[in-house]
Design a protein around this ligand. Sequence first.
Ligand code: CMX
Length: 471
Amino acid sequence: MRRAPIILLCRERPCGIAQLAPAIAALARFKSTASSASSLKQRVQELIPEKVAEVKEVKQKYGDRVLGETTVNMAYGGMRGIKGMVWDTSLLDASEGIRFRGMTIPEVQEALPKAEGTSEVTPEGLYWLLLTGEVPTLAQAQSVTDELNSRAVLPSFVEDLIDRCPNTLHPMSQFSIAVNALQHESKFAKAYQAGINRKDYWDPVFEDSLDLLAKLPLIASRIYRNVFKDGKYGSIDTSVDYSQNFANLLGFSENKEFADLMRMYLVIHSDHEGGNVSAHTTHLVGSALSDPYLSFAAGLNGLAGPLHGLANQEVLRWILDMTTAIGTETPTEDQIRDYCWKTLNSGRVVPGYGHAVLRKTDPRYMAQREFALKHLPNDNLFKTVSAMYKVVPGVLTEHGKTKNPWPNVDAHSGVLLRHYGLVEQDFYTVLFGVSRAYGVLAQLIWDRALGMSIERPKSLTTESIRKMFEK
Ligand code: CMX
């Protein structure tokens, strides 16, 4: 794989041919890749009749069976564990962790094709798996890469919107604004206005989803370079994959390992079944036939909460605060234990630990730990993260509240990013958001293909619950 030199265009430069060049090139590429690009769409189209038939059969056979009970505590407790949604792209087991279309993370890392010269599988290959349930060939994964590269161009008004955001506006808010604004381009919204048959909804949703995925690195990197760097932007290189392009755009083109980190990161954060806040929100908003841009932007707003995706920035901040307070980058286990208790005793959570479903160490944590052991075993902060892994579960168990004292995905990502120079914690959740798009948009296509209904669960009042049982 050829590595791309980053081409930087100054944001202050007046609009000229240089700024139009990527758009012109993208148009030309779109024509040349149109046939190979359609193969993922073709495969989805082939699968739809059998999946529709399967859902019909399941509903006919088991439609009136009970999935589980709902207790009063569940209704008050964030609907935890209520089985009330279908999400086909992935399933989470409390002990084993996530399976993407039936495959664990190590199985995905083993089975999916790797781009030439890289040691990690790609999110493009994963997208094929999530959408079809089939492991793609290298050529099929490459066709997704080509497709995404051909669509990677931002409307200038979206660029302007991002550029006008104050640097003090959190990157996740800027991200959400930009994705909402891209709604202007929605093929689904236009098709709906034109009276599209509901059987065909999935088609423009598929198109919007690929367009959106393709544009996310441009949005994310523009925010990064505006807020934290020099306001100079790279451009897409059609000869490299999504993650290398993303690394280049962010300004990390020199380090091959960083692109591999992006590949691993984008794959493992993509999907975590349907009940988590970002996935459920995307699915819920999409159920009203809001287009993929509006649906995903809503999901991003949920991801930006500190109990969900924002925990990744909180983790690194917590670790750095601890090392500053203690005065060393490598605190002892006793010092970490004391600092954890200080956090808990002040009524705060230890970020990166605990999970609503998992009851063991998150395999996404382990995948990142493996990466660190391979690439940065002597990094001081990695040593601290490892020491925390030994100490924090014991402290949380002794504290006696959390049902799961083990680390989740967010406990590890910041240290890896920081090692390669991406030190700006407030940007971390944007990376999570780019990855999460792969999972939630794949499911959104199936939501429309399977004719999923508008969501409308029943709510109750405290008074009505009381009456229900006092009768
Ligand atoms: N530190 C301190 N207390 C914790 C805790 C932690 N890491 N994890 C859970 N608890 C507490 C809860 O706040 C809750 O307290 P109350 O009973 O006073 O409300 C109690 O333990 C029971 O919670 P739980 O049933 O074990 O966990 P929940 O399903 O309610 O919450 C989660 C799950 C992730 C929000 C929680 O573990 C947490 O706040 N963790 C820290 C933040 C974090 O890492 N979030 C990222 C999760 C992964 C992701 O979505 O990206």
